[in-house]
Write a protein that binds this ligand. Structure first.
Ligand code: UD1
Length: 416
C-alpha cells in the first residue's frame, strides 16, 4: 500500500492550476455510451476512478484511448450490457453507467456499487425512477437486471435531490420518444456540465442547475469533442492547504461561483479572497478563526469539502461546529486527526472542534477519499513528520496532489 510522508510547517506560496472535475468526468464518460460513435474528451483528470470507469467501458466492448487528459471513446462495437461485479464494487459512481446502458440498449445488468465507506449509500431513488420510466427491474442476490421495450416518459419527483439518480434518469430519457420531467433534481454544477455535453451531442435537455430538468427525447446523438469543467472540490482542497499554512495561493482554471460557500467560509476564517474570471487568490492570516458549517445539497456547503474544511478548523482560534447532513458516516477520518492532537467530539451528525495551536505529526491512515485529503491538509501545518498510509483512497480522486502542493512549498514524499 502506498503512502505519503509529509514534513509539516512549510508555508505554501505560489500558483496552481486546477484539474478537470472528477465528478463531471465520470458521468460524462458514462454518457458517451449514448453516442454510437467516437467522442473526444479533454481535461479529464488522471485519477484512479477514471481508470476504473474506462476499464469497465473497455470490458463492455468500447475502444478507449487516453493520453494527457485527452480521452477518446469509440462505442460503436459495444456489445456487452453487463457491468462486472468486481469493477462495479470498486466505485459507487459506476452506477450511472447503468442509466446510459439502458438508455441506449434498453437492457443492463449490474450489482450494487461500492465506493467510499461514508454511509449506507442506497440506490433506491435510481431504481424507483427507472421503474417510473417503465423499466422492469429484477433483483437477485445483489445483482440487478433492468429491461424495457421502450421508455415511458413522465414526471419523476425525487424524494431527495440525489446527484447520481438525477444523472441516471437523464441518461435513461435522452433517447426516448417523449418528454421526461425530473423535479427536485440535484442542482450541482456537474449536472449542468452533463447537460452541456449531451446537448452539444444533440440531446434536448433544459433546466440543469435548477430543481426541474426537462428531457425531450431524440432519436440519436452525434460524435463530439468536449472539455470537462474544472474540479471545484480539488480547488477548495488546495485553497485550504494554503489557508492552514498561513500562505498565499493563486488558483487558475477555477469557476469561483462553483465554490462560493467555501470561499465565504474561508473569508469568515480570516482569509482575504479575490476572484476574477477563472482565477481565485487567497491570502491567509497568521491564525484562522473558528467558523460553523452545515453541509447541504448545492448551492449549499458541499459535503465533499466537509472533511478538508474541518481539518483546517482543528488549528483555528476558538470552537467550531460542523454538521454533516448528506452522509451519515462521514466523520471516520476524525479519529486519525485526533491521533495528530486534534480536539474533536462527534455526536451523531455534529462535530465540535476545539482549535489547538498546532497539530503534531503522527502515523495515520486514510479512510476514504476526502477524509484522506483532510489528513494531507492537516499534515501540511503539523509539527514534525506525518506518515499517511493507504493513500489509494486519495489517488481515486486527486490528480498529483503531492506534486502540486510540493510545487508551492510543501514537503510530501510518496512511498510505495
Ligand atoms: C455524488 C458525488 C459525491 C458527493 C455526492 C453528494 C459523484 C461521482 N459523486 O455522489 O462526491 O459526495 O454526490 O454531493 O458525482 N441516496 C439515497 N438513495 C439513492 C441515492 C442517494 O438514499 O438512491 C442518499 C445517499 O445515501 C446520500 C444522499 O442521498 O445520503 C446523497 O447522495 P447522492 O447525491 O446520490 O450522491 P452520489 O451521486 O452517490
Amino acid at each position: 500500500m502506498a503512502g505519503y510522508i509529509i514534513e509539516g510547517g512549510k508555508k505554501l506560496s505560489g500558483s496552481l492550476t486546477v484539474s478537470g472535475s472528477k465528478n463531471a468526468s465520470l458521468p460524462i464518460i458514462a454518457g458517451t455510451i449514448l453516442i454510437n460513435g467516437v467522442t473526444t474528451l479533454y481535461n479529464v483528470p488522471d485519477i484512479n476512478d477514471i481508470k476504473i470507469t474506462l476499464k469497465i467501458l473497455t470490458f463492455l466492448g468500447c475502444k478507449v484511448h487516453k493520453k494527457n487528459g485527452k480521452v477518446i471513446i469509440d462505442t460503436r462495437k459495444m456489445h456487452n450490457h453487463e457491468i462486472p461485479h468486481d469493477l462495479m464494487r470498486q466505485m459507487r459512481s459506476s452506477v450511472v453507467l447503468a442509466g446510459a446502458i439502458i438508455g441506449r440498449f434498453k437492457n443492463a445488468a449490474f450489482s450494487y456499487p461500492g465506493g467510499c465507506d461514508i454511509g449506507a449509500r442506497p440506490i433506491d431513488l435510481h431504481l424507483k425512477g427507472f421503474q417510473k420510466l417503465g423499466i422492469k427491474i429484477e433483483e437477485n442476490s445483489g445483482n440487478i437486471r433492468c429491461r424495457c421495450d421502450r421508455i415511458i416518459n413522465g414526471k419523476i419527483n425525487l424524494d431527495f435531490p440525489s446527484v447520481g439518480a438525477t444523472e441516471n434518469l437523464i441518461f435513461a430519457s435522452v433517447l426516448s420518444d417523449g418528454e421526461t420531467i425530473i423535479s427536485n433534481a440535484a442542482m450541482e454544477p456537474e449536472i449542468v456540465d452533463l447537460q452541456k455535453f449531451l446537448n452539444k451531442a444533440g440531446a434536448k435537455i433544459s433546466g440543469a442547475g435548477t430543481s426541474e430538468i426537462r428531457i425531450i427525447g431524440v432519436k440519436k446523438l452525434n460524435e463530439i469533442k468536449y472539455t470537462i469543467m474544472p474540479d471545484r472540490i480539488e480547488a477548495g482542497t488546495l485553497l485550504c492547504g494554503a489557508a492552514i499554512t498561513g500562505g498565499f495561493l493563486e488558483l487558475k482554471n477555477v469557476i469561483p461561483e462553483h465554490i462560493s460557500p467555501v470561499l465565504h467560509k474561508l473569508e469568515e476564517c480570516g482569509c482575504k479572497i479575490q476572484t476574477s474570471n477563472r482565477v481565485i487568490t487567497l491570502e491567509a492570516p497568521k491564525r484562522l478563526q473558528a467558523v460553523d458549517i452545515k453541509t447541504t445539497p448545492y448551492p449549499g456547503f458541499p459535503t465533499d469539502m466537509q472533511s478538508v474544511f474541518l481539518s483546517i478548523l482543528t488549528v483555528a482560534k476558538g470552537t467550531s461546529v460542523v454538521i454533516e447532513n448528506i452522509f451519515e458516516n462521514r466523520f471516520k477520518y476524525t479519529n486519525e486527526l485526533k491521533r495528530m492532537g486534534a480536539k474533536i467530539t462527534i455526536e451523531g451528525k455534529t462535530a465540535v472542534i476545539k482549535g489547538a495551536k498546532k497539530l503534531c505529526g503522527a502515523q495515520v491512515k486514510s479512510t476514504d477519499l476526502r477524509g484522506g485529503a483532510a489528513l494531507v491538509i492537516a499534515a501540511l501545518s503539523a509539527k514534525g513528520i506525518t506518515k499517511i498510509d493507504d493513500i489509494e483512497h486519495i489517488l481515486r480522486g486527486y490528480e498529483k496532489i503531492d506534486v502540486k502542493l510540493n510545487s508551492i512549498g510543501a514537503d510530501i514524499k510518496l512511498y510505495k
